[in-house]
Design a protein around this ligand. Sequence first.
Ligand code: ZN
Length: 99
Amino acid sequence: MPEATACLHPDFRALVKVARLEDAIAGRVEGTGYLAEVSVTCAACGIAFRFVGVPAGIDYARPTTAIDGCTLHAPIEPATSPTLASRATYRVPGAIRPH
Ligand SMILES: [Zn+2]
């Protein structure tokens, strides 16, 4: 892991892996869900970024992170039904402080 530097983190690299989940125990071969794994690093210094405000663990119903907070596990689904409005929430931060 790179050490902390005076880097201003001007550019980023993101890696996204998508997994198709299957229920092997029940013998179902059709997909039972999808999971996107996202990680972000600074393109200049290579330091990893943590996802803030997301609990650690694995939950196929809501986003979680790896124990170090640097990989987001996000359940995803095909956008074939209009469910966004019923799930959307908005929160305005009190102050934005650059790190
Ligand atoms: Zn950087």
